[in-house]
Design a protein around this ligand. Structure first.
Ligand SMILES: NC(=O)c1ccc[n+]([C@@H]2O[C@H](COP(=O)([O-])OP(=O)(O)OC[C@H]3O[C@@H](n4cnc5c(N)ncnc54)[C@H](O)[C@@H]3O)[C@@H](O)[C@H]2O)c1
Length: 405
């Protein structure tokens, strides 16, 4: 079977790891790589050589996309480059997969959808958490009616990034300039992707409004002052990004989604998923399930009796995708989900199947960022949520339910 000729844009921390998964993929031949930094290109070329790849180096992503030696594009670059690179790839008729992150403007989300509508070129956001083992099991529980009707969902990007952000200039990392200059829900997709699957957002259900609230910014200043080995230039009280951003979205079917961004205070990692349904409840913070089926009303005071009981539900509900994957041996990268998301894109392109996470799914997730920025500036005032899928009926199945997975 002929391999697909792949071009890769963005060879920073994430690009390095993801490129190696692409390099190991049996259907991919890396023919071109690109970064703004020559040294990152040189390092990558050296790393993929033992796997039989001999990519040409580009410092300009548009030239990589235009190359006749590139048939398909992966974008692992910083947030600012996702939409320009994805749109350019679609316009060049080259299927493209791009990393996660919020948009900067609603217009960018529209551009993404328009480029796809006008060219028909497949494009997918690589939202790996949609493929997580827990998330996939929760989809199966939901499909089985375990939670009843979902009324509220919560999620978060709760990840202590103080070192990454504060050392961003030293390490040439994109988060630094974003945290200096913007205050918003800057990274909604890891939790929102799975929540949107559970609610069918963009597939019959839709968001109606969004309100966002930001705390002050105090975490980074304190951290830098307490760590003399960090870049001291920026303990100056001038970080724009608030430490905690809480965002509330409402849906057409009367549900609420609550997102939390918590990246500049001390805390353990969590995507904080919570499901509140008419028949059951789940909390990722302590991996617990509570349901009318398995618990009595008197149990609700006895939290600790069922803390950590999720595993027994996983035994029952874990879907085939993950059972097969565990049997075959999980590959590296965030507990295995990085390979799953890359592979699902490659297979969809090869088979001409719809993109598992298409431009509309992506635009909905990415739009949260500019909308939250606008709402925060107006003291949390609700803003209406644009309907990127208006008039695209084929996204609904006959029973009104659409299954992404
Ligand atoms: N899905 C996940 O689990 C996950 C994990 C980490 C990072 N990410 C995502 O990966 C992306 C990159 O993150 P990172 O930590 O590697 O950042 P990074 O700053 O280390 O690397 C980004 C790279 O993109 C390059 N770049 C930026 N603009 C470019 C352009 N116009 N042309 C060519 N190259 C360009 C930069 O030079 C840099 O090398 C981000 O979107 C981030 O959200 C996803």
């Amino acid at each position: 079977m002929e391999k697909i000729k792949v071009g890769i844009i963005g060879l920073g921390n994430r690009g390095k790891g993801m490129s190696m998964l692409v390099a190991e993929h049996e259907n991919c031949a890396i023919t071109a790589i690109c970064d703004e930094y020559q040294d990152r290109c040189d390092d990558m070329k050296e790393k993929v050589a033992p796997l039989g790849h001999d990519p040409k180096i580009y410092l300009n992503y548009e030239e990589l996309i235009a190359s006749p030696d590139v048939e398909m594009v992966f974008v692992f670059s910083a947030w600012e480059n996702h939409v320009p690179a994805a749109v350019a790839s679609m316009r060049a008729k080259k299927p493209v997969a791009f990393e996660v992150g919020g948009a900067y403007t609603i217009d960018e989300c529209i551009q993404l959808c328009e480029a796809h509508r006008e060219t028909g070129t497949p494009a997918m956001m690589l939202e790996n958490c949609c493929y997580g083992r827990v998330e996939q099991t929760l989809y199966a529980m939901n499909d089985d009616g375990f939670f009843g009707e979902i009324v509220q969902l919560c999620g978060g990007y709760n990840h202590d990034l103080r070192e990454e952000v504060s050392m961003g200039l030293v390490n040439r990392h994109y988060r630094h300039r974003n945290y200096r200059n913007r205050n918003c829900e800057n990274y909604p997709t890891h939790e929102l992707g799975p929540l949107n699957v559970l609610l069918g957002i963009g597939h019959g259900n839709k968001f109606v409004s969004l309100s966002s609230f930001s705390s002050k910014s105090a975490g980074l200043d304190t951290y830098i002052r307490n760590h003399p080995d960090r870049d001291q230039t920026y303990a100056d009280g001038k970080w724009a990004q608030g430490d905690i951003v809480t965002t509330i979205l409402t849906t057409e079917f009367g549900q609420i989604v609550r997102l939390t961004l918590d990246t500049t205070l001390p805390r353990p990692y969590s995507r904080g998923l919570e499901i509140h349904g008419t028949k059951g409840w789940f909390s990722q913070e302590n991996m617990s399930v509570y349901s009318d089926a398995d618990h009595k009303e008197s149990d609700h005071f006895k939290w600790k009796n069922f803390w950590g009981n999720y595993e027994k539900y996983e035994e029952k509900y874990m879907p085939k995708l993950w059972r097969d994957y565990l049997d075959a041996g999980i590959k590296k990268g965030h507990g295995g989900m990085d390979f799953l998301v890359i592979d699902s894109f490659v297979q969809a392109v090869r088979n001409g199947d719809p993109m598992p996470i298409d431009v509309y799914d992506s635009a909905i997730m990415m739009a949260v960022t500019p909308l939250s920025e606008q709402s925060i500036k107006n003291g949390g005032a609700p803003v209406s949520f644009p309907d990127f899928t208006a008039g695209i009926e084929q996204r609904k199945s006959a029973d009104g339910k659409y299954k992404l997975f």
